[in-house]
Write a protein that binds this ligand. Structure first.
Ligand SMILES: [Zn+2]
Length: 313
């Protein structure tokens, strides 16, 4: 076992939820024709269409920002492997419920892949419930293969909300008919950034793309040649138009206090064989988003890559 990776943690700014709901409503209204935000009891997220392994998002919510694109380029550092149990321990929440975006465990999957994390651990780090998925590119025809994750590990990077999975008050955010240029996640993040400035507000959770289609990418198998430009990364990635209903898990932070944080990262899965990294919807007139989020109290930066890169973000 490799030495335990370095960890740094920082407390976030925690405004009242109803204030955040109002701020998000104002910001999203500049980008969507129909918006409603509210503070509600979390619906049972184990039910369809959510399919999460815990009912709620509450109980010591924190974000884990693990590794990053700096381990993917110019060449992938395949020794960067992590277990969910290890991350739960490093963020001081051993019996954790974790959801979010990452890169799958390539040795077990057989290739590079997108990870949609969705696991519940016990206090010893054993998996109690697992509905995590990976999405990979079919080498035969470049179609998407969505599979259940069978091994509680990941490679290179992860951006997870980590909580006790308890029922709690959450932010409910609905937005439909996009009128602006921003995607749902960036619009929320930039809204929080412009209101809260250098006070870091962090949130994580789940949103549905209930109607319409979205552009998602899946990382194909690792590049055999070094990638040093954004263009090379873009050409390497496989992009897909995928259809509702998509379940998107991940996190965002309004401000990076110099920890090389991934400021937004959501991955989607479904029960119709589609999944990957969320970029934006491609049906602005028809799109309908509905999300449930909690504010994270702390952000843990685990194994920050030594080089900051804008590539692959
Ligand atoms: Zn991603």
């Amino acid at each position: 076992m490799a030495a335990s990776p370095p960890v740094e943690s920082v407390k976030t700014h925690l405004p009242p939820l109803d204030e955040v709901a109002k701020v998000l409503s104002d910001g999203l209204s500049k980008n969507f024709a129909s918006v409603s935000t509210d503070v509600v009891d979390c619906p049972d997220l184990t039910q369809k269409p959510f399919m999460l392994v815990s009912e709620g998002l509450g109980g010591n919510p924190r974000l884990a920002d693990v590794g990053g694109p700096g381990f993917l380029t110019p060449m992938p550092q395949l020794d960067k492997k992590f277990t969910f149990a290890q991350i739960a321990k490093l963020v001081d929440l051993p019996g954790a419920f974790m959801i979010g975006a990452g890169a799958g465990p390539c040795e077990h999957v057989g290739s590079n892949s997108e990870l949609m994390n969705n696991v519940l651990l016990d206090n010893n780090g054993q998996v109690l419930k697992n509905n995590a998925h990976i999405a990979k590119v079919d080498p035969k025809d470049e179609s998407c293969i969505l599979e259940k994750l069978t091994c509680p590990e990941f490679n290179l990077m992860g951006n997870f909300l980590v909580t006790e999975g308890k029922c709690c008050k959450v932010l409910e955010v609905k937005a439909g008919k996009r009128t602006g240029e921003e995607n749902f996640v960036s619009c929320m993040r930039k809204t929080l950034q412009s209101y809260y400035g250098d006070k870091m507000v962090a949130l994580g959770g789940v949103f549905l793309i209930e109607k319409g289609k979205a552009k998602l990418h899946i990382m194909p198998d690792f590049s055999k040649t070094p990638m040093t430009t954004q263009e090379q990364v873009k050409n390497w990635l496989n992009f897909y138009d995928m259809s509702a209903t998509l379940v998107c898990v991940g996190e965002l932070v309004s401000h990076d206090p110099g920890m090389d944080l991934r400021v937004e990262h959501f991955h989607c899965f479904s029960d119709h064989g589609e999944g990957g990294h969320y970029h934006w919807d491609i049906t602005p007139d028809d799109v309908q988003y509905r999300g449930y989020f909690v504010l994270a109290e702390q952000v843990y930066r685990v194994d920050q890559p030594p080089e900051v890169t804008e590539l692959g973000r």
